[in-house]
Ligand binder design. Structure first.
Ligand SMILES: *Cc1c(COP(=O)(O)O)cnc(C)c1O
Length: 404
């Protein structure tokens, strides 16, 4: 069981008041809050051992390098990744996906097919559209149903020997759907296609075993899992990372540079040009430690309780409709109220201290599917409480009465 009082005391921001009310933070799917342990790690870095890594012989540089590489190992262990050098530090999920998309431009031919799920974040759509345009590959969409679940039969029909890659998020940030990625990976591999899973929304809620999944690429962002912004990880299978060309040229990613010929560094450095977000990487490691101290199973159990409670309570509001009712779902509730614009609801409840997101959640094709301009999205984390959900319900009810 989660000790909610103890956990809440770990997050300084949860003591804030907004417009005279205690903050209720339900925008966790956009970014999570940061525990003191992670904040302290960043302060410690800049206060005590700030230095550039990998190249220095001096003590500070060695300390910073050791801590940064320790963080890489922590991430490797957390996701059960086979080799440390399969962990590539990035600035986040968007960067990781673009890195892979850019690399594949030299591996695709005209007429090759790419399959993307209908419920992707724009960052797992646009890079592939750009890739398709560049290479003449064809992007096809795996459809979803009204509940916000992928149509697996249609997926199987779309798969063929022309399919080179499949992209899907592990969990949808707009609907909360947990996609059957193990099945997707297995089926894609049968036709020889590579699979990239966008794990940005999944890893705050669960702990994927990447070896067991057998996935080719998997991306995460630290800021969705109690870490800082501007840092993330791309996991890639060694054989793929060896095959892909470097993404950016610069320092750190080379073995030797001459005017005649430059050779590239070994993994992971081949994909880590320039000075990285050193403090961020180390703090990402601290965030993973923190999540494991709380316990991923405990987190999942508490968030399930919050999801069930919130779903039941919100449904009692007149005219409220929830989008995304998949059987396998995490703690995201996207909803609208008949006749009201999501933006107006969001604005009113912010005045009551409640932070939710309104709009298309970087997933416009989903909104197009439901023929709506957007939704109000309340997304819960393990530091949220049922009392906070009661406040949300009360505030939404108040907004409804004011606006209708
Ligand atoms: C947040 C999110 C992204 C983008 O992550 P960045 O950290 O902004 O790069 C991509 N996909 C999903 C599912 C997300 O939730």
């Amino acid at each position: 069981m989660i000790d909610i009082e103890k956990i809440r005391s770990d997050f300084p921001i949860l003591k804030r008041e907004i417009n005279g009310y205690p903050l209720v933070y339900f925008d966790n799917a956009a970014t999570s809050q940061t525990p003191k342990k992670v904040i302290d790690t960043i302060v410690d870095y800049y206060s005590n051992y700030n230095a550039n890594i990998h190249r220095g012989v001096h003590t500070l540089s060695q300390e910073a390098t050791d801590k940064y590489e320790e963080a890489r190992k922590k991430i490797q262990q957390h996701f059960n990744i086979r080799k440390t050098h399969e962990v590539i530090f990035t600035s986040g999920t968007t960067h990781g996906i673009n890195l892979v998309a850019s690399g594949f431009s030299s591996l695709l031919n005209e007429g090759d097919e790419l399959l993307v799920s209908a419920m992707e974040h724009h960052s797992n759509i646009v890079p592939w559209q750009m890739l398709a345009e560049k290479t003449g590959a064809i992007l096809k969409v795996i459809p979803m149903n009204e509940k916000g679940e992928l149509e697996m039969d249609a997926f199987e029909r779309l798969l063929s020997l022309r399919t080179r890659m499949v992209f899907c998020n592990h969990i949808s940030n707009a609907l909360g759907t947990v996609n059957p990625i193990k099945q997707i990976i297995e089926k894609a591999h049968k036709v020889g296609a590579a699979v990239l899973i966008d794990g940005a929304q999944a890893c705050p809620h669960l702990k994927p075993d990447l070896q067991e999944l057998g996935v080719d690429f998997y991306t995460v962002s630290a800021h969705k899992m109690c870490g800082p912004t501007g840092v993330g990880v791309l996991y890639g299978k060694e054989e793929w990372l060896k095959k892909l060309p470097p993404y950016q040229g610069g320092g750190e990613m080379i073995a030797e540079v001459t005017w005649e010929k430059t050779t590239y560094a070994d993994l992971p450095h081949k994909f880590e040009a320039g000075t990285p977000n050193i403090a961020g990487g180390i703090a990402f490691g601290a965030a993973i430690d923190y999540l494991n101290e709380v316990g991923m199973d405990e987190i999942a159990a508490w968030e399930k309780e919050l999801l069930d409670y919130g779903t039941e309570k919100l449904q009692q509001i007149k005219g409220l409709k929830i989008y995304g009712t998949a059987t396998e779902k995490t703690s995201v509730i996207s909803f609208n109220i008949d006749g009201l614009h999501p933006y107006d609801i969001g604005t009113i409840i912010d005045k009551l201290g409640i932070a939710v997101r309104t709009g298309h959640h970087c997933a416009q094709p989903i909104m197009e599917y439901y023929k709506i301009p957007g939704t109000v999205r309340a997304s819960f984390a393990f530091y949220n409480t049922k009392e906070e959900i009661d406040r949300l319900v009360e505030a939404v009810e108040r907004a409804r009465k004011m606006l209708l």
